[in-house]
Design a protein around this ligand. Structure first.
Ligand SMILES: Cc1cc2nc3c(=O)[nH]c(=O)nc-3n(C[C@H](O)[C@H](O)[C@H](O)COP(=O)(O)O)c2cc1C
Length: 202
């Protein structure tokens, strides 16, 4: 089973990346395949509300000059999606918002194509705005009919300068617990998808 994490930070390998890597590390130990995509340096466009995705229903966005369609395909091919963002003015970054708008609309246009995948939000914050950012990302998972596991607290790490979150002991533990809970849930979901073979008495 595959888990893909997206880091919405403009800062490559910053605090959000540290938090995401911690969750992915646990999932790898539990035997899952993982990948992290960093949106830093990309300029993802927001949804232009053309609604062409509702006509074509081809699991693609009509905007083709940025990598969002590649990301949508990666999300579709994954069993779990982790979206990580630092807080910028009490909300997620522009790139993460653009990804959610377009992946979210394409998914809705294609019979909720992320339905029953596992989703988790991860947020890095210096001081305030962690909860609205965490909530907004979770709203994307929930309206997509995805399953959202919890952790020992909300999935937020505290830190300003690059690497600061590593000193947020509780934040790092929340990421460990999130990884464990995701692994537990995904193993359960995998068993459930297996067809039941009934034993017939002779
Ligand atoms: C444009 C911008 C806006 C920010 N706005 C907030 C904010 O509203 N609240 C806050 O606590 N931190 C804010 N920060 C700080 C970042 O959330 C914090 O440094 C975070 O750890 C960065 O994560 P990163 O290293 O993954 O980029 C802002 C940073 C930038 C660059």
């Amino acid at each position: 089973m595959k888990i893909t994490a997206f880091n919405g930070s403009a800062r490559r390998n910053g605090n959000t990346a540290v938090l995401l890597k911690r969750v992915l590390q646990v999932l790898e130990t539990e035997g899952f395949e993982t990948e992290m995509i960093q949106l830093s340096g990309k300029h993802l466009k927001g949804c232009n509300a053309c609604r062409i995705c509702f006509k074509t229903k081809n699991k693609r966005c009509v905007i083709e000059d940025d990598p969002v369609n590649t990301y949508i395909k990666m999300m579709f091919d994954s069993d779990a999606i982790i979206l990580g963002s630092p807080v910028y003015f009490s909300m997620m970054t522009t790139n993460m918002k653009a990804l959610i708008e377009r992946a979210g609309y394409v998914a809705r246009a294609n019979s909720d194509m992320f339905k029953l995948k596992v989703g988790a939000a991860v947020v890095a914050v210096r001081r305030a705005g962690g909860m609205p950012t965490f909530d907004a990302i979770n709203h994307f998972f929930l309206i997509s009919q995805m399953i959202v596991p919890g952790s020992s607290y909300w999935n937020i790490g505290i830190g300003g300068k690059k690497g600061d979150v590593e000193t947020d002991e509780e934040g790092m533990k929340i990421m460990d617990d999130l990884g464990k809970n995701m692994a537990w849930l995904m193993k359960k979901l995998k068993t459930r998808t297996k067809p039941k073979v009934r034993q017939t008495k002779k």
